[in-house]
Design a protein around this ligand. Sequence first.
Ligand SMILES: [Zn+2]
Length: 408
Amino acid sequence: MSSITRSYRIRAYPNGAQRRLLDRWFGATRWLWNTALGIRSEAYRECGLSLTGNDLSRWLTQWKRTPGHEWLAEIPATVLTQCLRDQDAAFCNFFGGRAHYPRFKRKSTTGSVRFQDVGRDWTRGTLSLPKLESLKLAEELPEVTHPDLVTLSRDAAGRYHVSFSVEVPRTLLPITHRVVGVDVGLTHLATLSTGEKILNPKRYHARLRYLRQQQRCLARRQKGSRRRENQRLRVARVHARVRQERQCALHALTTRLVREFDLVFIEDLNVKGLARGLHARGIHDAAFSEVRRQLTYKSDWYGKILVEVDRWYASSKTCSECQYILDELRLDQRQWTCPKCGVRHDRDVNAARNILAEGLRQLAGRDDRYLRVDAGDACPEEILVQVLAEEARSGQRNRACLKQARFS
Ligand SMILES: [Zn+2]
């Protein structure tokens, strides 16, 4: 049985004393990051030296004994070491061409520290961190072996979370022999080719309106004032609330999709994003990338397949019954009737059906084997699904391969 990496993020409620300690640690890691980054950059500029985290770690030991820097010794060693290791990773990503040059960290309301070796009380169900003792969590720890690394962070709304990832065995979901096309939208969260519409979370639009109001209010507050700080917190909390509700709805949607269907077709964002208005694009794109991200890892966990369909035609304007293409379809036209075959279409359902049809067509056209299946069988879609699902399970073909062999 293969295993997958699963990440957890759990809300934490540190008490007053713990929060005060954490405040100092966030500051200390920021100081260490910036100091180390400065030394590294300068060593390279001046002498062409590439320092590693180990070199700096030796200096750190010295710093702790230097007058004026004794406070470093009060911070758990694992937090500081991990900070240097993270910087190593950042440099590694930079030299590997995967990231920009590491940046200095600014003073901000957010922060995070990372710990190693937290396994002591893990089996008893409590998370205890060095010098903080046990931490109150919103939910119980999952029943997994203790992680190597635990991150404790604070977001802009002042909430604390612990996060970690562990290897867990893969659990495959049963094959259902069903396929679906998904159209991620603005007015609805998503529309399925089965005709079902998944609504946005309750009061979603009202909250967005309220958020804009509060943001305007923040802009009017004087810089550095107490009222501005209060307003900033209020905005951050509304943001967090909106995000949390949408995230919850998206998770429910994507889990349902991989549970009920074997193959999920979604559109390629680039084509559609351009067709939309400037304001609408941000929100739509954010929802879309999140849906894609969740479907990607969930289909991998549960042995299902996600296919991104390249589209070069307007899916909303094409009739899913007879392929007739309308000349024009205004954005506010939610329904239309095909002049050729007379079928009445719902705009989004029609788009989802087109995504599904186009995806299946491209899949079948791509692979010789499916063409053979196509020729001999009355129900090619079902066979196609079965073959793909079984391959995904045995690990022969995963989403990455599918994407590589993309139907251009
Ligand atoms: Zn038609």
